[in-house]
Design a protein around this ligand. Structure first.
Ligand code: SAM
Length: 215
């Protein structure tokens, strides 16, 4: 998701109490729970977009601390504005490129990772930028707690098939693979829709989802 540059958005984000300042990220590794009202398992969405998914999860699960990670300030600003209207004590944001995620969280500090409608980066030479790539899985491996899981949803079947192939000969196993999440009432129970999920499922696109954990 790229939004037009919003004049002053970097400054507004820098001033927001909901966004952890970029120059404090590395020193926050291992101490993320100090950034919340109370300690709790930490779950992150990488490529959060406007933040609707985490905002709803934060409301539903007050005993979980959530962190939304987004690369672009203009997009993150939308999530910040939503928090200003309806603050959640267990939700905070980070503006960063997730390539550096292993510098920002300590080993085992993250309980769960959500990847929702990740950018497909269709050119082969950009494959390493895809958030479910082996390169990113190796970064997630550094920060995810023992027994932690990664959940990935997308309507892009080509990206999804590629993401499933990425698991071959790695330490990851699929605990769930579905090619039509919304057609399965059991799986749909408790499903929180993202902005993109709502848009693409309303167009009739089936939503694929996997849940993976270490073997
Ligand atoms: N997750 C949201 C949803 O499902 O509605 C937004 C999906 S949008 C297609 C993907 C988002 O991921 C964009 O906002 C993009 O800026 C962000 N993104 C892509 N690569 C990223 C990276 N390496 N680090 C952080 N954010 C990233």
């Amino acid at each position: 998701m790229r939004l037009k540059n919003v004049p002053g958005c970097r400054e507004r984000i820098a001033d927001s109490e909901y966004v952890i300042p970029e120059d404090e990220l590395v020193q926050t590794a291992g101490k993320w729970n100090e950034r919340f009202e109370k300690p709790a398992p930490i779950r992150i969405e990488i490529g959060m977009g406007k933040g609707r998914f985490l905002h709803e999860l934060a409301l539903l699960n007050p005993d979980i601390n959530y962190i939304g990670i987004e690369k672009y300030s203009a997009v993150l600003l939308r999530a910040v504005q939503k928090m200003e209207e309806d603050p959640k004590p267990n939700l905070r944001f980070v503006r960063m490129d997730a390539e550096n995620i292993a510098d920002v969280f300590a080993p085992g500090e993250v309980d769960r990772i959500y990847l929702n409608f990740s950018d497909p980066w269709p050119k082969d030479r950009h494959a390493k930028r895809r958030l479910p790539s082996r390169e990113f899985l190796a970064r997630y491996d550094k920060i995810l707690v023992d027994g932690g899981r990664i959940e990935f949803k997308t309507d892009n079947r080509i990206l999804f098939d590629w993401a499933v192939e990425q698991l071959e000969d790695t330490k990851w196993k699929a605990d769930l693979i579905t090619y039509d999440l919304h057609a399965d009432p059991a799986l749909l129970e408790g499903n929180v829709m993202t902005e993109y999920e709502e848009r693409f499922s309303s167009m009739g696109n089936p939503i694929c989802k996997y849940i993976i954990s270490r073997k």
